[in-house]
Design a binder for this molecule. Sequence first.
Ligand code: ATP
Ligand code: MG
Ligand code: FE
Length: 344
Amino acid sequence: PLVLGIETSCDETGVGIVRGETLLVDAVASSVEQHARFGGVVPEVASRAHLEAMAPTIERACREAGVRLDDVDALAVTSGPGLMGALLVGVAAAKGLAIALGKPLYGVNHLAAHVAVDQLEHGPLPEPTMALLVSGGHSSLLLVPDVTGDVRPLGATIDDAAGEAFDKVARLLGLPFPGGPHIDRVARDGDPAAIGFPRGLSRPKDLERYRYDFSFSGLKTAVARWVEQRAASGEPVPVADVAASFQEAVVDVLTRKAVAACRSEGVDTLLVGGGVAANSRLRAMAAERCAAAGITLRVPRPGLCTDNGAMVAALGSSMVRRGRAPSALDLPADSSMPVTTVLA
Ligand code: ATP
Ligand code: MG
Ligand code: FE
């Protein structure tokens, strides 16, 4: 099926078009520069930017894919989770198109879409697949027997998301927003073993209760203390070493728990998705540890890890192929849609 997907959960206006599992176009207009001076995404600013970008981005996607809206078999849209005002713009646009074109509409979960997008690059997901979902607002380990309907959460962060930790530590180091890519870049010149930052929820006692859960707020505080003490002593802060050591602590815990989950659940494929999956050290360590454990690793290319419309189209296309019933045309946006609700 030819599916057009719309993503507006945060600050990216994404429109993707796929045919089956083939990506035709992934058009993204980002308002990230408008938020940078505030050090975080401003919801009202994001909503307005989506309104302005929506129609032109749909037009551009169709033009670049060489398809007419009439040719589209189904529409898919992120119905949650995300910023309410931002989600509403995408949902309203998708409903309008579905009604005007007389085509089915699938309101899908943004987090499941971060997982489903990998199919555009590496083909159908094995069933089951273990998914490590690491993004700006979420960090979860999910057992995924079928991405269109069945997602079982094994664990999640009990405080900050991994991406949030990257962004907060970047800010502390004076790096621009969003900080994840900047930490990744400066860490290349640093020593990941320079500072032994804590690995959250990794002690034997923690593992009893929090086997597949994560915690990054203690790590962020430890980095803040270390930087403060160094600054107070009058010595320069070794930014590259701090970034590399922080990144190592995050990536170490994420990959260790993901591989452990695959082993004990008997799952032989690990998929890493979400914005933080663009991180070069996470990709490298996941590759090493999966190879050592005999696990097949799948990670979408970095451009498909961060928010985009193609991921929504990919999940919508899976819904059509699986014969799922479409969403009702009065489908709501749900800012706190649980990861277990894959289709609204
Ligand atoms: P969610 O998907 O939970 O709703 P989101 O959609 O805002 O959150 P994503 O776009 O999936 O988040 O991911 C954005 C996050 O990924 C940001 O925190 C950003 O810093 C982080 N990120 C992007 N690239 C990298 C990188 N190379 N290294 C580390 N973090 C990165
Ligand atoms: Mg973004
Ligand atoms: Fe996201």
